[in-house]
Design a protein around this ligand. Structure first.
Ligand SMILES: *[C@@H]1O[C@H](CO)[C@@H](O)[C@H](O)[C@H]1NC(C)=O
Ligand SMILES: *[C@@H]1O[C@H](CO)[C@@H](O)[C@H](O)[C@H]1NC(C)=O
Ligand SMILES: *[C@@H]1O[C@H](CO)[C@@H](O)[C@H](O)[C@H]1NC(C)=O
Ligand SMILES: *[C@@H]1O[C@H](CO)[C@@H](O)[C@H](O)[C@H]1NC(C)=O
Ligand SMILES: *[C@@H]1O[C@H](CO)[C@@H](O)[C@H](O)[C@H]1NC(C)=O
Ligand SMILES: *[C@@H]1O[C@H](CO)[C@@H](O)[C@H](O)[C@H]1NC(C)=O
Ligand SMILES: *[C@@H]1O[C@H](CO)[C@@H](O)[C@H](O)[C@H]1NC(C)=O
Ligand SMILES: *[C@@H]1O[C@H](CO)[C@@H](O)[C@H](O)[C@H]1NC(C)=O
Ligand SMILES: *[C@@H]1O[C@H](CO)[C@@H](O)[C@H](O)[C@H]1NC(C)=O
Ligand SMILES: *[C@@H]1O[C@H](CO)[C@@H](O)[C@H](O)[C@H]1NC(C)=O
Ligand SMILES: *[C@@H]1O[C@H](CO)[C@@H](O)[C@H](O)[C@H]1NC(C)=O
Length: 588
C-alpha cells in the first residue's frame, strides 16, 4: 500500500475558531495521537514497537503554512513520553518543542496537548518521541507543511504525494538498547533497514527469509509523484535509490532546491528530502526501491538493506535480478560530500512567503559569534562511557530551562558553554550556549569521531555554507557558499571533517542542538542555545501555556491528572467506570 493512501486520523478540521489560545485568523487543525505498544514482526521476529493510534509508523500531520495545530498526545506507554515536531520552528514558543530542556515529560497514562503554529514554513519533516532512544522502537510519523494556495510551488503539481520513511532497525527494543549503551558498549550492526515500518522484499532467498511483509508503492505509468523521504533511523546513513528511475531533487527540509537528477542519494539520520519521480519506464516488471547502509563494508552489511517494491498499475510481473548497485566508493571519501555540496537552493522560488527564498542575503551579514563545536569518540567520564561536545557531556535536564527561569530557580544550568574545544578533561554538566538575540551566529561542527554524525537544531533553519575534510580554520571561510547554500535543520558532518552553518538568531527560547544519531545523543552529545531578548516586553517570547507540566524542583506545583483506563482516550474516569459497570452487567 502506498502511503499516499495512509489513513488520516486527523478527524476534525475546524476552520478559524477564534479562541484566545489560537492565533487569530489562521485555520486550526486538531488531532489526537495515542502512543502505545503493538506487536509486529517487521524482520520476521515478533517485537513490541511504539505505534500511534494503533499504526506503525504513525499518521501524517498534513497542514498548511500558518495553521494552528492542536495535538492531544496520550501516553499509553509504560514510561515517560515527549514528542518533538522536528523541523517545526515553534516561533517564540519553545514551550511546545517536546525535548527535556523545554518540557516536563508526560507521565505514563497521562495526556498532554501541544499547541503551536507552523508559522512561515513549508516542507517535509517528521515527529518522533524524544526521550531515551524511544525512536529506535518507533513512534515516528511524517509532517507535511503545504504551501498556501496563493504561493505557487516551483514545479508542476505532482500527480500524487508518497511518503517513504527509511531507517535502520534493531530487533531489540529501546530499553534493551539503552542497557547496551549504559554498559559502555556500542549498539553494533542493526538487524535491518525498514521502509514504512516493513522489512525487505525477498529479492534474494539466502539473504531474506520467507514470510516478511514488505512495502509496495503502486503508481500509474507516465505520472510524476513527489516522494518525501525521511531517515527516521537510529544511527545509520542510508543510500536511497529506485531501480531504473531518476530522483529529481526538489526540496530539502523546507527549502526548494535547484532541481537536478540523481540516480542515488545519501540520506543521513534525521534528514528529509523531496524527490520528483516520473514513472517513465515500461511496465515489463516492478522495480526495487532500496535503502542501504552507507560507508560500511557492503559484504558484511548485506542484510542491513531495505527493499520495497515500486509497482506500476499495469505491471506484468515482479521485480527480479540484483538490486541496483550502491555507490561503489568505499575508499572514496569525497563522493558523498561532493553530492551534498552539489545541492543548492533555488533562490528565485517562493516558499512560505511570496518573496523569493533567496531574498535573505545571508552571505552579506556580519557574523557576531563563532562556536567551534568538536565531537570525539565516546570516552569514559566518572566511570561511565559518555559522548561529548567540546569536552562536555550534557546531563539530562530535570526541569525545563525557561520554566526554571520563570520561577527564578538558580543553579539549574550554566551559561558558559565554551566557544571552542577546551584543553581539559571531559566533564558531565548542564551548560548552555549564551546566544545573543538578533545575533548572527556561525557554528562549525568538527567531527573527530570515527563515524558520520548528523546534527540538528530545533527552532531554526540554518544556512549550510561549508563542508570539508580536515580541521576548520579561519581561512576555511574563504570557501563558504555565500549565495545559494541550503537552509535546513539537520546536517551531516563527515568523520575527520567539518560542516559550517550560519544562524540568524531571531527566535527566542531555548533550543536543542544535538546529534541526531540516537546513541550519541543518549550519551550526552547535545546542548541548548538560550536566546532571550534582554528587553523582553512580553512580545518576543510567549508565556508558558496554561497546561504547562511541572517536574523536578517544581513537581509539587503539578496537579494529579485523573486519567482514563488503557485505550479509552478521551473518556473520563467516571464514564469509563460506568461503561465498565454496564459491560459487567451485560456479562452476567
Ligand atoms: C495533504 O492535504 C492536502 C490537502 O490539504 C491533500 O491534497 C494531500 O493529498 C494530503 N497529503 C497526504 C499525504 O495526505
Ligand atoms: C524490551 O525488551 C526487554 C528484553 O530485552 C524486555 O524485558 C522489555 O519488557 C521490553 N520492553 C517492552 C516495552 O517491550
Ligand atoms: C544472494 O546473496 C548471496 C549472498 O550475497 C549470493 O551469494 C547469491 O548469489 C545471491 N543470490 C542471487 C540469486 O542473487
Ligand atoms: C531528470 O530525468 C528525467 C527522466 O527521468 C528527465 O525527463 C528530466 O528532464 C531530467 N531533469 C533534469 C533537470 O535533468
Ligand atoms: C522494457 O524494459 C526492459 C528492461 O529495461 C527491456 O528488457 C524490454 O525490452 C523493454 N520492453 C519494451 C517493450 O520496451
Ligand atoms: C569487508 O569484509 C570482508 C569480510 O570480512 C573482508 O574480507 C573485506 O576485506 C572487507 N572489505 C573492506 C573494504 O574492508
Ligand atoms: C526555480 O524556481 C522557479 C520558480 O520561481 C522555477 O520556475 C524554476 O524552474 C526553478 N529552477 C530550477 C532549476 O529548479
Ligand atoms: C560589517 O562589518 C564591516 C567591517 O568589518 C562594516 O564595514 C560593515 O558596515 C558591517 N556590515 C553591517 C551590515 O553591519
Ligand atoms: C550572556 O550574553 C549577554 C550578551 O548577549 C551578556 O550580557 C550576559 O552577561 C551573558 N550571560 C552570561 C551568564 O554570561
Ligand atoms: C582527530 O584529531 C586529531 C588531532 O587533531 C587528528 O590527528 C585525527 O586525525 C583526528 N581524527 C579524526 C577521525 O578526525
Ligand atoms: C487531556 O485530554 C482531554 C480530552 O481527552 C483534554 O480535555 C485535556 O485538556 C487534556 N489534558 C492536557 C493536559 O492537555
Amino acid at each position: 500500500m502506498a502511503l499516499s493512501a495512509f489513513p488520516l486520523f486527523f478527524s476534525l478540521l475546524h476552520i478559524a475558531l477564534l479562541s484566545t489560545l489560537c492565533f487569530a485568523g489562521d485555520p486550526t487543525v486538531y488531532s489526537d495521537l495515542r502512543f502505545s505498544y503493538i506487536t509486529v514482526s517487521p524482520l520476521g521476529v515478533p517485537q513490541r514497537v511504539i505505534a500511534i493510534n494503533g499504526k506503525f509508523p504513525g499518521p501524517v500531520l498534513n497542514v498548511t503554512t500558518n495553521n494552528n495545530v492542536i495535538v492531544n498526545v496520550k501516553n499509553d506507554l509504560d514510561e515517560n513520553l515527549l514528542v518533538t515536531w522536528s523541523g517545526v520552528q515553534m516561533r517564540r514558543n519553545s514551550w511546545q518543542d517536546g525535548v527535556l530542556g523545554t518540557n516536563c515529560p508526560i507521565p505514563s497514562k497521562w495526556n498532554w496537548t501541544y499547541q503551536f503554529q507552523v508559522k512561515d514554513q513549508i516542507g517535509s519533516f517528521f515527529y518522533f518521541p524524544s526521550l531515551g532512544l524511544q525512536r529506535a522502537s518507533g513512534g515516528f510519523g511524517p509532517i507535511i507543511i503545504n504551501n498556501r494556495e496563493i504561493i505557487p510551488i516551483p514545479f508542476a503539481q505532482p500527480d500524487g504525494d508518497i511518503i517513504i520513511l527509511i531507517g535502520d532497525w534493531f530487533t531489540q527494543n529501546h530499553s534493551a538498547l539503552r542497557a547496551t549503551l549504559d554498559a559502555g558498549k556500542d549498539l553494533g550492526m542493526p538487524d535491518g533497514v525498514l521502509i514504512n515500518g516493513k522489512g525487505p522484499y525477498r529479492y534474494n532467498n539466502t539473504l531474506v527469509s520467507d514470510g516478511i511483509d514488505y512495502e509496495t508503492i503502486t503508481v500509474d505509468p507516465g505520472k510524476t509523484y513527489r516522494l518525501r523521504v525521511h531517515n527516521v533511523g537510529t544511527s545509520t546513513s542510508l543510500n536511497f535509490r529506485i531501480q531504473n528511475h531518476n530522483l529529481l531533487l526538489a526540496e530539502t527540509e523546507g527549502r526548494y532546491t535547484i532541481q537536478s537528477n540523481y540516480t542515488q542519494f545519501d540520506i543521513h539520520v534525521g534528514q528529509s528530502y523531496s524527490f520528483l519521480v516520473t514513472m517513465d519506464q515500461n511496465a515489463s516488471s516492478d522495480y526495487y526501491i532500496v535503502a542501504s547502509a552507507r560507508f560500511v563494508n557492503e559484504s558484511l552489511w548485506q542484510r542491513v538493506t531495505g527493499v520495497a517494491v515500486l509497482h506500476y498499475s499495469n505491471s506484468k510481473g515482479p521485480a527480479t535480478g540484483p538490486l541496483p548497485d550502491p555507490p561503489n566508493d568505499f575508499y572514496d571519501k569525497e563522493a558523498s560530500m561532493n553530492q551534498a555540496r552539489s545541492v543548492r537552493q533555488n533562490a528565485s522560488a517562493s516558499g512560505a512567503r511570496p518573496n523569493p527564498q533567496g531574498s535573505f542575503h545571508y552571505g552579506n551579514i556580519n557574523i557576531t559569534d563563532t562556536y567551534v563545536l568538536k565531537v570525539l569518540p565516546p570516552e569514559t567520564i566518572n566511570g561511565k562511557v559518555r559522548a561529548t561536545v567540546n569536552g562536555i557531556s550534557f546531563l539530562k535536564p530535570k526541569i525545563p530551562f525557561r520554566l526554571a527561569d520563570k520561577h527564578k530557580l538558580r543553579g539549574i544550568y550554566k551559561l558558559d558553554f565554551p566557544s571552542k574545544p577546551m584543553n581539559r578533561p571531559p566533564v558531565m554538566d548542564r551548560s548552555l550556549i549564551n546566544a545573543t538575540y538578533r545575533g548572527f551566529m556561525e557554528i562549525i561542527l568538527q567531527n573527530n569521531d570515527t563515524t558520520i554524525q548528523s546534527f540538528h537544531l530545533d527552532g531554526y533553519s540554518f544556512f549550510v555554507v561549508g563542508m570539508a575534510y580536515g580541521d576548520w580554520s579561519e581561512n576555511s571561510r574563504g570557501s563558504y557558499n555565500k549565495w545559494d547554500g541550503l537552509s535546513r535543520c539537520t546536517i551531516q558532518v563527515f568523520p575527520g571533517g567539518w560542516t559550517a552553518i550560519l544562524i540568524s538568531l531571531d527566535n527566542t527560547g531555548v533550543w536543542n542542538l544535538r546529534s541526531e544519531n540516537l546513541d550519541r545523543w543518549y550519551l550526552g552529545q547535545e546542548t541548548y542555545l538560550r536566546i532571550v531578548n534582554p528587553e523582553e516586553n512580553g512580545e518576543t517570547e510567549m508565556a508558558e501555556p496554561d497546561n504547562v507540566l511541572y517536574c523536578g524542583p517544581l513537581h509539587s506545583l503539578q496537579k494529579e491528572q485523573i486519567h482514563s483506563g488503557v485505550g479509552t482516550f478521551g473518556v473520563s474516569l467516571k464514564i469509563y467506570t460506568l461503561l465498565l459497570a454496564l459491560f459487567s452487567a451485560m456479562l452476567i
